[in-house]
Design a protein around this ligand. Structure first.
Ligand code: ADP
Ligand code: MG
Length: 213
């Protein structure tokens, strides 16, 4: 997570973590059916249910997570997501948070978050044996990482993220269940990219609101 740099800021990091988790859970609850519909078109129709299970599990543990040092909290959240989302997406979302937690635990300062995130996205790609342009959640994570490296302001970034998921509509799926459809996957948004864009936009928005850098 991005460090709150302003020492005059009244933001309590624990309260902020709770708020971010709650906002993510609420957004997924609202979009559960939509994410299932996207997955029905090119997969097996469970992505909304999977993400709902994951975010419900995270929300149930938010107080415990908020009481931990950030590195530990990210790792614990990653483990919760691996165990609760399931499917193909669980290990990928889990890897993202576990890697962020691992990088933070090596003593890297939180101010290096863009580099930490870039490293975590590479770990997700390795885990999924996938890369950019293959119609997966990585088509949101890679451009997001590029924008973070450029220090694009978070509120501005929040507004751009849905555009990354929209780009998957014209792509042909090369990984996961959707790849079985080959060219017939073209014309549909990737469900993992959609959930990833939704969550990333919420996190950016909440951090921007709290005055995080
Ligand atoms: P499942 O495919 O097991 O039903 P979900 O429906 O929860 O799992 O998640 C599907 C999403 O996971 C896809 O839309 C895609 O974004 C992502 N995904 C699947 N396989 C891969 C992979 N090998 N690399 C990256 N992302 C993947
Ligand atoms: Mg599915």
């Amino acid at each position: 997570m991005i460090v709150v740099r302003d020492p005059r800021s009244a933001v309590d990091p624990s309260a902020l973590m709770c708020r971010v988790i709650e906002a993510c859970r609420d957004a997924i609850v609202v979009r559960e059916a939509y994410l299932c519909d996207l997955d029905c078109a090119i997969g097996d129709g469970d992505h909304g249910t999977n993400m709902r299970r994951g975010l419900d599990a995270l929300a149930a543990e938010r107080q415990r997570l908020a009481g931990m040092p950030l590195a530990e909290a990210m790792s614990a959240a990653g483990t919760i997501l691996v165990m609760s989302i399931g499917g193909a997406a669980g290990p990928l979302y889990g890897t993202l948070l576990l890697e962020i937690g691992r990088e933070l635990s090596t003593g890297r300062p939180e101010t290096e978050f863009p580099e930490i995130f870039q490293h975590a996205v590479a770990a997700v790609a390795q885990r999924g044996r996938s890369s950019l342009g293959e119609k997966t959640l990585l088509d949101v994570l890679y451009p997001l990482s590029d924008e973070l490296i450029k220090h694009v302001p978070l509120q501005h970034l929040a507004e751009k993220i849905q555009g990354f998921a929209d780009m998957t509509i014209d792509m042909k799926a090369m990984r996961g269940r959707a790849s079985f459809l080959g060219g017939r996957s073209i014309g549909h948004m990737d469900p993992g990219a959609a959930s990833c864009a939704l969550l990333a936009a919420i996190v950016c928005h909440e951090l921007a609101k709290a005055g995080a850098a």
